[in-house]
Design a protein around this ligand. Sequence first.
Ligand SMILES: Cc1cc2nc3c(=O)[nH]c(=O)nc-3n(C[C@H](O)[C@H](O)[C@H](O)COP(=O)(O)OP(=O)(O)OC[C@H]3O[C@@H](n4cnc5c(N)ncnc54)[C@H](O)[C@@H]3O)c2cc1C
Length: 387
Amino acid sequence: MNFDLTPEQDQLRDAVRELGRRYGHSYFVSKARAGEHTTELWHEAGRLGYLGVNIPTEYGGGGGGITDLAIVCEELAAAGCPLLLLVVSPAIAATVINKHGTEEQRKKHLPGLADGSQKIVFAITEPDAGSNFHRLATVARRDGDDWLLSGRKIYISGVDEAGHVLVVARTEDSSTGKLKPALFLVPTDAPGLEKSKLDMEILSPENQFLLFLDDVRLPADALVGESLDAGLPALFAGLNPERITVAAMGAGTGRYAIEKASDYTSTRTVWAGRSIGSHQGVSHPLAHAAVQVELARLMIHKAATLYDAGRDLEAGISGNMAKYAAGEAAALAVDTAVQALGGAGMTTEYGVATLLGAVRAGRIAPVSREMILNFVAQHVLGQDKSY
Ligand SMILES: Cc1cc2nc3c(=O)[nH]c(=O)nc-3n(C[C@H](O)[C@H](O)[C@H](O)COP(=O)(O)OP(=O)(O)OC[C@H]3O[C@@H](n4cnc5c(N)ncnc54)[C@H](O)[C@@H]3O)c2cc1C
């Protein structure tokens, strides 16, 4: 078992950390408060090649794997810049297009995703389906060579920043009548596609939207892949990269919070010349959170390594466990850090409570902790499904 990153990955980690620190959490918060996006950071990361680390070199990427992208996600979050669109655009969309798109789609979309000039967001969640994707009601119908898409999607991140939305729709399987998923690359300015921004209690420069698709007309080549048979594998292709990178973002956020708190508690003195960190009532919860974050990082590393080795089934189990562990650890770390900072923890200046909403959401999205526990209960423990 090897716990070392390659020298190139070590360099990537150091370079992304340096970039993240140059922007920092106050930049992230000021953009969120102004209703703006982290455009400068995104473009600089793209120019430096960090957004395309997992995209093949022939399409302008770095030719690495999800381990590399997880490093980018974790280090930016550890610098106070947890960018959810890294999970959506380079992790999900680029993987789906690279693995299951047509050669035309790869040539058209991957270079822009790699250099950061384009973003593709991902829309699967629906108001009446939620965690139950078998109930997806967004329907794709044939109209000559074209497709017509109708339905509703909810909580879709980053639609206002993206050129395309990768929409998961259903077509009817003529033989079984059951759901047959199909993925479509829908331009965000397509006639019939309307978006409405949701008010979320998350301080973030990235927004969530309700999407309405009313007979959105798409050409035949908007369908991801050569045929409808590409739909199911394409949908599954995005899951492991999503779980692993969102977990990395959570672990980075946890590291950020613990570092902030440790800096504070080692210097803050309110009793007879001793730092508050000398009191175990303060230091043990922080140490406990640090252990949880490090355990999550181990599982992220395992999942990413398995995924990059092509061991998808094992990566599915580890990726889900990593996402669960990191989601819990990040929420614990931020809450513990707020407590350790006392009143300062609730100020904007100290930059910790600003992450409460984001880490809380990390226990719900992109897959909830309960659905991961269901997955583990069924696939690892062999339990029957209750739903
Ligand atoms: C900040 C944010 C960003 C998001 N971005 C995107 C995006 O870009 N694209 C996208 O498609 N979606 C996105 N989502 C949606 C997210 O993936 C869903 O919120 C999530 O999958 C849960 O679905 P739901 O909200 O409908 O909850 P529901 O399915 O209604 O579930 C509600 C609660 O019930 C629990 N529950 C449901 N079924 C079971 C069961 N069988 N057993 C045990 N517990 C159960 C759930 O765990 C949850 O706690 C985002 C959500 C958030 C909060």
